[in-house]
Design a protein around this ligand. Structure first.
Ligand SMILES: [Zn+2]
Length: 297
């Protein structure tokens, strides 16, 4: 009997493929809460990773209970998987968030947060002067203005060269964060272990070199092409070789440009006044897990 039911279900699935049967509850599914235009304007997405909209507007849905539960899991957050699932669920036009440009990432999270909890984000902070507990409402919609004026400048002129860059993908950002964390951990282990000074020095040196290599790799990875008077280069290995051998001045100019792109869309610290002692201080604003959820009621 149960076998028959199973077969029946399978049959239904096949017929559903041809003519989808509408769930009578579909009208009660969550609807888009807001429509946004992405800071990247849809550029830098590999083919098939963004369901491009004709008018540049993308629907953003509120989180489901499942999204919230998953995004609250600290381990999943570290790997980036829960962020990917969250974006897929709430901004379904972004088909593959792993390859989305990082310039859209914070924006996407803010949009999801606004769609779910509204445009105020409460941040708690102890006053650095008198240690009194304060809480401030950050207006997230104001951040949208910052993103709307953002233009990603994808080339750097370093006479006579022109260096073309692209934003990092979310996968690259996550990998880099994990690698750099591993190396930082080695630094800490060196301090804890009962090693001879000689061994410590060796481990420290190795770890330091790895961190330096990582910095070079990070810069080389975002360069797509370099135009020189004698021709253009888009070969990854050649570009990396150039970055390893160019002058400090050239490297610094590229790095400065890459960092400045990121700084433009970073959360800026807010000047706030302590409710207890009335002194001013600077409140760092981050879109971390603790701030993301409207835990206060
Ligand atoms: Zn105070």
């Amino acid at each position: 009997m149960s076998v028959n039911i199973f077969t029946g279900d399978k049959m239904n699935q096949f017929s559903n493929l041809a003519q989808p049967k509408k769930n009578p509850l579909a009208g009660f599914y969550r609807q888009p809460k807001i429509y946004v235009s992405l800071p990247s304007k849809g550029q830098f997405y590999p083919a098939g990773s963004l369901d491009v909209s004709a008018d540049g507007q993308y629907p953003v849905y509120a989180m489901t209970a499942k999204d919230e539960l998953m995004f609250k899991t600290p381990d999943a957050l570290l790997s980036g998987q829960s962020t990917v699932e969250l974006i897929k669920s709430c901004i379904p036009s972004i088909l593959d968030p792993w390859v989305m440009p990082n310039i859209d990432l914070d924006f996407a999270l803010i949009a999801i947060r606004i769609a779910t909890y509204g445009d105020k984000m409460e941040i708690g902070c102890n006053c650095p002067h008198c240690n009194a507990e304060n809480s401030y409402d950050i207006d997230l919609t104001a951040w949208f203005g910052v993103f709307n004026n953002f233009v990603y400048s994808s080339h750097i002129n370093i006479d006579p060269l022109t260096v073309h860059i692209r934003p990092y993908t979310y996968r690259e950002v996550t990998k880099t964060a994990i690698k750099s964390m591993e190396q930082q951990r080695i630094f800490q282990v060196i301090n804890d272990e009962n090693l001879s000074d000689e061994d410590k020095l060796e481990k420290f040196g190795k770890s330091f070199i790895k961190l330096t290599e990582l910095t070079v790799d990070i810069i080389a990875d975002c360069i797509t092409q370099i135009d020189a008077p004698d021709g253009s280069v888009d070969d990854k290995a050649m570009i990396k070789d150039f970055i390893s051998n160019c002058s400090k001045d050239v490297f610094d100019q590229i790095q400065k440009h890459v960092v400045s792109m990121k700084d433009q869309i970073e959360f800026k610290a807010q000047d706030v006044t302590c409710g207890e002692c009335n002194k001013e201080f600077s409140l760092p604003v981050t879109m971390d897990q603790a701030n993301f959820f409207a835990v206060k009621s």
